[in-house]
Design a protein. Structure first.
Length: 565
């Protein structure tokens, strides 16, 4: 890969220059073979001064395996540390909010309460019974689409909160391409928390927060970049093999895109590698301005990179779009790491994902995966509920759901009728040709969450669902679709592919740790994202209470003092 690949407008590249960085304004491409600033190994087994926790939204273990040999930048650097290529988001809820909540809390949704991106609360006082995971629904006039961002639904502390409680000098920063990613990784006590808002076309935060210079600068540069049209990126040879048109609805195709966009197209900016470039430019500026990693205590910055998820939803997990996106991400990460190197910061990195992803069924079927298909209206809760209402002679259909997964039964029914509805619903869903399993609340409560260290690939379907089940928030029963069933009936809203299933293609994610001087090793056996927080706690010698985590500490390098003992 050469330095003239991914050449972009100066206004876009400037996003990575929010602080002094070792790149020119002409290219963001890491030049293979260029020397990497090699910081000295930490002395006396000292904890790192800065923890960098990165989540690449929808970066599945499958994508990592497919592209890892092509990486020459930041993702290659991370492969020189501790590599767990097949880690897991072990629970059934493989969505952005629950996935991000596991990474720095070290607990499953069954404890954190973050059971999904959205759920139903039939007891809420507002007309809209849907609850968004990162909102405060008590705010007057709000609904689950027009909400006030809040951390109130996260029931447990994050690693950053624990660090600040142990030492008030620790600073915690969380930035992301989505509000829910920033909130779930940052937690309840942060020094700076910023997320991308596509409506305002800028990074924003909670009301009343002062806007730091780094945020103002990047916001200005982003808005300038969005206002300018861009042309197609040059396609590297490796990506050319991925460039093949796949027909979807209304004669549209995906698979050959190169991120050209019209002036003012904020959605196109968001679903491109440029949005992650902006995010890491913001992170770089905040690290520099706040002098993170240069104080008396260990600091933490959490970064939720969302472009890969938007690209996956808009174009699928294959095609030229994903190929270009990942190669640019690789270089964007290296630019960021080099900025940290230039500052002489002793930092440790963990990179993982909130979930995996599933390609669009139209492309999968062209690759001899005939079982890949889109969900049909016959499984919609209102359709299933109408049939039950007719059979039981109910006044209205009794089922409530945000799609598939958790389903709630009308709370106004008497206990006997509700039990009959449950029996009918379980029988109907279990008989549906697109359903793999359906579990009642009683069945889930009778199941234990697997103990720490139990290989996630060995978990039964009900154990995966149990790790997500929270008795105060989850539904009356849970429905799991069969493999390769995409829960999007059509692509009219612009989403062609998704994730969220109980299956390993959505559960498996890479988990990579890196620190200068760290011994390299690769462990092919599975670990879980809930193992990250206890591992980092041990690395920085942070005392925690017994049973604070659902995960276990991973012994990254006992010879260098990062033992879990």
């Amino acid at each position: 890969m050469t330095a003239n690949i991914f050449r972009s407008s100066l206004s876009v590249i400037a996003l990575l220059c929010a602080a002094p960085m070792p790149v020119t304004a002409q290219t963001v491409v890491y030049q293979a073979g260029a020397p990497i600033a090699d910081a000295a190994p930490p002395a006396d087994n000292a904890p790192p001064k800065l923890i960098v926790a990165i989540s690449v939204d929808q970066f599945s273990a499958d994508l990592f395996a497919e592209y890892r040999r092509e990486f020459t930048g930041g993702l290659q650097r991370l492969q020189e540390g501790a590599v767990f290529p097949s880690g897991y988001q072990a629970q059934s809820a493989t969505e952005t909010c629950p996935g991000h909540s596991t990474i720095l809390t070290g607990v499953y949704p069954a404890r954190s309460g973050i059971i999904a991106n959205d759920w139903i609360d039939l007891n809420t006082g507002r007309e809209d019974k849907g609850i968004y995971c990162a909102e405060d629904e008590s705010v007057p006039g709000s609904n689950s689409d027009k909400y006030t961002v809040s951390d109130v639904h996260l029931l447990v502390p994050t690693l950053g909160e624990r660090m600040k409680k142990a030492n008030a000098a620790s600073r915690v920063v969380s930035v992301a391409g989505k509000d829910r990613a920033a909130v779930m990784m940052g937690g309840h006590d942060v020094d700076e928390l910023w997320w991308w808002d596509n409506d305002s076309k800028k990074f924003t935060s909670y009301a009343g927060r002062a806007v730091p210079p780094a945020v103002r600068k990047v916001n200005s540069q982003v808005q300038t970049a969005i206002a300018s049209a861009t042309s197609d990126e040059k396609l590297p040879g490796f990506c050319q093999a991925h460039s093949r048109a796949v027909a979807i609805d209304d004669g549209k195709t995906v698979g050959t895109g190169r991120f050209a966009r019209a002036a003012g197209d904020a959605r196109g900016f968001r679903a491109s590698p440029y949005s992650d470039m902006a995010l890491f430019g913001l992170a770089t500026g905040l690290v520099a301005d706040m002098k993170l990693g240069q104080g008396e205590a260990t600091d933490l910055i959490a970064i939720g990179a969302s472009a890969t998820d938007y690209v996956g939803h808009t174009y699928g997990t294959s095609g030229s779009e994903m190929c270009l996106n990942l190669l640019v991400l690789d270089n964007t990460l290296e630019v960021f790491f080099r900025a940290l190197d230039e500052q002489g910061t002793d930092y440790a990195v963990v990179l993982t994902a909130d979930h995996g992803g599933h390609d669009l069924p139209e492309r999968l079927r062209s690759h001899a995966v005939p079982e890949a298909q889109r969900i049909t209206a016959s499984i919609a809760p209102e359709v299933m509920g109408a049939a039950i209402a007719s059979k039981l002679k109910l006044a209205r259909q009794p089922l409530n759901s945000r799609g598939v997964g958790d389903v709630w039964i009308d709370k106004d029914l008497d206990a006997k009728t509700k039990a009959r509805v449950l029996d009918e619903a379980l029988a109907a869903y279990r008989a549906h040709p697109m359903v793999a399993a359906a579990f009642s609340r009683a069945e889930l409560l009778a199941t234990k969450v697997p103990a720490a260290g139990t290989p996630p690939e060995s978990w039964s379907l009900i154990e995966r669902a149990r790790a997500t089940f929270h008795p105060d928030r989850s539904g009356d029963f849970y429905v799991a679709l069969k493999p390769r069933i995409t829960p999007i009936p059509d692509t009219k809203r612009g989403t062609v592919a998704t994730h969220g299933s109980i299956w390993d293609y959505d559960r498996r994610v890479p988990i990579l740790f890196w620190r200068s001087g760290m011994a390299r090793f690769e462990q092919p056996l599975s670990v879980s994202t809930v193992d990250i927080a206890p591992t980092l706690a041990a690395l920085i010698k942070l005392p925690v209470e017994t049973n604070a985590f659902d995960g276990r500490c991973l012994d990254l390098d006992a010879s260098e003092g990062t033992s879990c003992e």
